[in-house]
Design a protein around this ligand. Structure first.
Ligand code: C5P
Length: 235
């Protein structure tokens, strides 16, 4: 698999295992990882993760864990047994929770990358203020990323808009996983802090997460290939 392709994560935001596995079959060889999120995991559970892995594909288990450290530690242990390659926790769960997740992952035989979700890309600056956070989105993301790094997370999930600040501050000390990606000319939908694949990679994304622009394309494999071309063009 080309290194450009390995950086494309397709979000399987689909209602059931049948549609998800159909999409995995269509996209096999066209994407680096498949992201299983809350809708699909809640409906289909671990067996779907196993079925994707049985096809030789890598899985990003996007459960956005947020609970007391002991509970998160247990959930990470279970996710490690499933063979997830990446796993998310919410940075706002705090240092002890992130550290418990990172430690548990490190102790497992094949550790997934523990990624801390900073601010959801669907949140605008007004939304963040409405939550009582008196910071700009960039400052809030930076604060959460700092907590994540100090607590042992391997990377962060953030929007492309905050990426330059994060790269400048943390360099290669974190992996940067960037959703809210919209190829030029596609619909924004509910995302507000978006970027094209090209701009996200240029700004220093290690991985980009793309859902609807691939899932809803007439030809999902061709849509994925076009994104991979954009990634390649940035080196
Ligand atoms: O369809 P779309 O490309 O907007 O999908 C983006 C994916 O990235 C969704 O699965 C969403 O849950 C996820 N995500 C996000 N913002 C974050 C973290 C994850 O949009 N901060």
């Amino acid at each position: 698999m080309s290194s450009a392709r390995s950086r494309l994560i397709v979000a399987l935001d689909l209602p059931d295992a049948e549609s998800a596995l159909k999409m995995v079959n269509q996209l096999s060889g066209h994407a680096g990882l498949f992201k299983v999120g809350l809708e699909l995991f809640t409906r289909e559970g671990p067996s779907l993760v196993q079925q994707i892995r049985d096809r030789g594909e890598r899985v990003f288990l996007d459960l956005k864990l947020h609970d007391i450290p002991n509970t998160v530690r247990g959930a990470v242990r279970s996710a490690c047994r499933l063979g997830a390659d990446m796993l998310t926790v919410h940075a706002s769960g705090g240092p002890a929770m992130i550290a418990a997740a990172a430690e548990e992952a490190r102790d497992s035989g094949s550790p997934p990358l523990i990624l801390a979700v900073t601010a959801l890309t669907s949140l605008s600056a007004d939304d963040i203020h409405a939550l009582g956070v008196p910071l700009t989105p960039a400052d809030w993301v930076e604060r959460l990323a700092e907590i994540a790094q100090l607590s042992g997370a391997a990377g962060v999930v953030a929007s492309a808009k905050e990426l330059p600040v994060l790269r400048a501050k943390f360099g290669n000390g974190l992996k940067y996983v960037i959703p809210g990606i919209r190829p030029a000319g596609t619909a924004t939908q509910d995302q507000s802090r978006i970027a094209t694949p090209r701009d996200a990679i240029r700004a220093g994304a290690d991985y980009i997460v793309v859902g609807r622009p691939v899932l809803q394309a007439n030809d999902p494999a061709a849509a994925a290939d076009a994104i991979v071309e954009e990634i390649s063009a940035q080196g």
